[in-house]
Design a protein around this ligand. Structure first.
Ligand code: HEC
Ligand code: HEC
Length: 323
């Protein structure tokens, strides 16, 4: 519990001004806080979240499936049941009052920490510009304090990836109804994609498209200069940088550290094709990007964020085959 009594009382004092659910009573609310915080921790630490490396799992058995894949099999009714944990602080129906947290009607796809009937958001969450897409909600609900250090949301997070998908699907059904992202192809561990072995990188990447691809990485990585490390390291300037070094002291796996050298276009392409193949025992529980174009695009995007590689035009002799 990172939250001091003063903070809690300030929050509560602010909240009473809104005059929402006073009837609940402060002691009940405090009880909810503690329950909400303690509940999630113990039993489910086996997942690859919060920087905890899964121990001794068979390959990627404990890997967190991409949010798109989890959403495809998620259940809004189950999400509604999970939302019981949020109700101590949040309403969800259209036009309902703000409580300790803001009303969440239509929050999926909406701007972060804006509007919501004038709710007094923390500066910490306000500094996370952008919209709540599925991936950022997944990250937020995994560990709110990790997403926005200094958030007012004193909730430990939902450790179970399917719980998060279910509750996000439920949130989406309340005033948002955004189309769900297409599930990613998750190649079986060890089964290298046909183009994985020795294809020299010949595709020209498009950094703007790569930024969209990077949505898949954001559950674990920031890329802005000075951004925090999360489940994975901050990636500012990684293109052209030493493999598994620096990055604000991020605790890399021995598997990745064993790779000497720098991240150039070819090594990044191999890595992003199949991380577990590039570095057996890596902590990056990500199946890989099977599309060579997606890889080229995301590498171009990474390079645009403080990178040092000269990614030029396509080689004249080898016209880029559409993959
Ligand atoms: C102990 C109270 C509390 C609990 C429990 C809680 N929240 Fe929150 N929530 C807050 C507060 C306070 C904020 C505002 C955070 C800030 O400003 O830093 C917030 C913010 C949010 C936001 C961002 C809203 C916006 O407009 O940017 C979302 C989404 C959210 N909560 C979802 C949830 C979900 C889903 C759950 C349950 C799984 C949950 N919260 C549990 C208090 C809580
Ligand atoms: C599920 C979390 C997760 C996802 C999703 C993820 N990564 Fe990672 N990434 C990690 C972790 C953890 C490491 C550290 C790996 C290690 O130490 O073995 C890492 C390491 C890296 C590195 C090496 C950094 C260095 O300094 O050596 C790069 C580059 C990278 N990731 C790029 C990406 C890109 C691009 C994507 C999306 C296409 C992505 N990652 C998706 C967790 C993730």
């Amino acid at each position: 519990m990172g939250l001091g009594m003063d903070d809690r009382f300030n929050t509560i004092a602010g909240w009473t001004l809104f005059g929402g659910i006073v009837a609940l009573g402060l002691s009940t609310l405090s009880a909810h806080y503690f329950l909400a915080d303690k509940h999630e921790r113990p039993e489910k630490m086996g997942y690859a979240i919060a920087g905890v490396e899964p121990e001794g799992g068979a390959g990627g058995a404990a890997a967190v499936e991409p949010i798109a894949n989890r959403l495809a099999k998620a259940d809004a009714a189950k999400g509604e049941a999970i939302f019981a944990k949020c109700k101590a602080c949040h309403t969800i129906d259209q036009g309902a009052a703000n409580g300790i947290g803001p009303n969440l009607w239509g929050v999926v796809g909406d701007a972060r920490a804006e509007g919501r009937g004038g709710f007094a958001f923390s500066d910490s969450l306000k500094s996370k510009a952008g919209k709540w897409d599925f991936a950022s909600l997944d990250e937020w609900l995994t560990n709110p304090k990790k997403f926005a250090d200094g958030t007012k949301m004193s909730f430990a997070g939902l450790a179970d990836p399917m719980d998060r998908a279910n509750v996000i699907l439920y949130l989406n059904s309340k005033g948002s109804n955004l189309p769900l992202p297409a599930p990613e192809a998750v190649p079986a561990a060890g089964a290298a994609p046909a183009d994985g072995a020795a294809t020299p990188v010949a595709l020209v990447g498009d950094a703007a498209k790569g930024e969209k691809v990077f949505a898949k990485c954001q559950a674990c990585h920031t890329v802005a200069q000075g951004g925090p490390n999360g489940i994975g390291p901050n990636l500012y300037g990684v293109a052209g940088d030493a493999i598994a070094e620096g990055r604000g002291g991020f605790a890399f796996s021995d598997a990745l550290k064993a790779h000497k050298g720098t991240w150039d276009q070819a090594t990044l392409d191999q890595w992003l094709t199949a991380p577990a193949k590039f570095a057996q025992g890596t902590k990056m529980t990500f199946a890989g990007l099977s599309s060579a174009q997606d890889r080229a695009d995301v590498i171009a995007y990474l390079n645009s964020q403080g990178g040092k590689l000269s990614l030029g035009a396509a080689p004249a002799a080898a016209p880029a085959a559409a993959k």
